[in-house]
Design a protein around this ligand. Structure first.
Ligand code: HEM
Length: 390
């Protein structure tokens, strides 16, 4: 009888132990996941970090007249097109790239700010005021260090200001709209993402002057996911949302990143693609482009985007530099027409729809095939020019 009792106690004890240790494992895994997801701080709060990015050396031989834009060509040979975050680390020295398009972009930005739309193009919510000022401070120091032939600090008034040497303009560092002045200094547009108490990142500030196909007023105050799903970004929920949200929560001030994308635009207007519809129309996008444009009108539109966490405010600053080149020009580059045609043919249906392929596929693919054949007839071994990603 006692033997039975002993066996019963032993079995019960063993089962109890197994159940407990299983639960312990679960708790450990849950807290590990929490840590992995960056739960060390309470969402929506940030303790200012004293990290300072290394100051860059002057860009070697940089000139606002002669330095050419970097030739990013971020498209791959088919047959597969993968949707990934596509981010890579970026060196602090290369945070903002300027080139001989600067004057043109600066003029376009001024024209936009002189238009009736101006108040829709730059917006900063109260939650992003501190981050907007931090952006202007960090950016102006970086530009004076990196591009000293274009920028210098000006100390003639009580406040420190920045002077653009070629135009003579002087901009305040402290102002009502630091993002607007910051965007006028560079070729990029700017967006500020602020973490909410729910751990989501909200678009609370922007100077979006040359967007081409989306409007700040539509996305302002939206969280990252809604920004993308409201535009039907292909496979966003399935392939991007989880990794992007985790990446944002865990991002530290020490590690900036960059990514590149590309679109095909069927007209020559940098600030707003008129062929997709009026900027006053709601729900616009590449899929509305007018069909069969002449090849001379077609542009390769590609963004170099960077992301960094600002150390003092904890906001995430998103920069968007658009490169805008006639397709007839990039098709001269060795291997490019074949590679671009192959990439476009490899787009799955949802990507093709998102990028408005039906409007230009016939004109563009015929042209690229012709140029590819010409290059091969001239003896080019196109495979040796597959220099993807950039
Ligand atoms: C790791 C960060 C991010 C990734 C991986 C990402 C990814 C994407 C992708 C794949 C697209 C489709 C076009 C393309 O290929 O680029 C897109 C579109 C877009 N993204 Fe992001 N994005 C990121 C951050 C942001 C941020 C911070 C903003 C804040 C303004 C933003 C705003 C947009 C907008 C406005 C569009 C166009 C949406 C539309 O068609 O309506 N993205 N993004």
């Amino acid at each position: 009888m006692y033997d039975y009792l002993l066996v019963f106690v032993l079995i019960f004890g063993a089962l109890f132990y197994i159940a407990r240790s299983g639960r312990r494992k679960e708790i450990t895994k849950a807290s590990h996941d929490k840590l992995k997801a960056g739960h060390k701080r309470t969402f929506g709060t940030w303790i200012a970090s004293d990290f300072r990015a290394p100051r860059p050396p002057a860009y070697p031989d940089w000139s606002v007249e002669t330095t050419k834009p970097l030739p990013y060509r971020p498209f791959k040979y088919g047959p597969n097109y993968f949707i990934t975050m596509g981010i890579r680390p970026v060196d602090w020295d290369d945070w903002i790239e300027l080139d001989n398009q600067w004057t043109h972009y600066h003029t376009e930005k001024h024209a936009r700010l002189a238009s009736e739309r101006a108040s829709q193009l730059c917006k900063t919510a109260p939650e992003a005021q501190e981050a907007a000022l931090e952006t202007m401070k960090l950016l102006s120091q970086y530009l004076v260090d990196r591009y000293p032939s274009l920028f210098e600090f000006e100390f003639s008034s009580k406040e420190k200001q920045i002077r653009i040497k070629t135009t003579g303009e002087i901009y305040p560092i402290h102002s009502d709209d630091p993002l607007k002045y910051a965007a006028l200094l560079i070729e990029d547009d700017l967006a500020l993402m602020i973490e909410g108490p729910d751990g989501q990142y909200y678009l609370r500030g922007g100077a979006i002057l040359l967007p081409g196909f989306w409007r700040l007023e539509d996305k302002f105050n939206m969280p990252l996911a809604k920004i993308h799903t409201s535009g039907d970004v292909p496979k966003f929920r399935e392939k991007l949302q989880g990794s992007m949200e985790r990446f944002f929560q865990k991002m530290t001030p020490e590690r900036p990143v960059a990514r590149n994308n590309y679109f095909i635009q069927t007209d020559e207007h940098l600030a707003w693609s008129t062929s997709i519809g009026s900027e006053d129309t709601f729900g616009i996008g590449w899929e509305h482009a007018e069909p069969n444009p002449p090849i001379e009108n077609i542009r390769f539109r590609s963004e170099r985007q960077t992301l960094r966490r600002l150390p003092r405010s904890g906001a995430i600053l998103f920069t968007i530099r658009t490169y805008f080149i006639p397709v007839v020009d990039i098709a001269q580059e060795p291997g490019v027409p074949g590679r671009l045609a192959s990439a476009i043919r490899s787009w799955p249906d949802d990507v093709a729809r998102y990028k408005g392929k039906k409007a230009y596929e016939e004109v563009l693919l015929n042209y690229l095939d012709e140029k590819q054949a010409e290059q091969q007839a001239n003896g080019l071994d196109v495979a040796s020019f597959n220099s993807y990603p950039y």
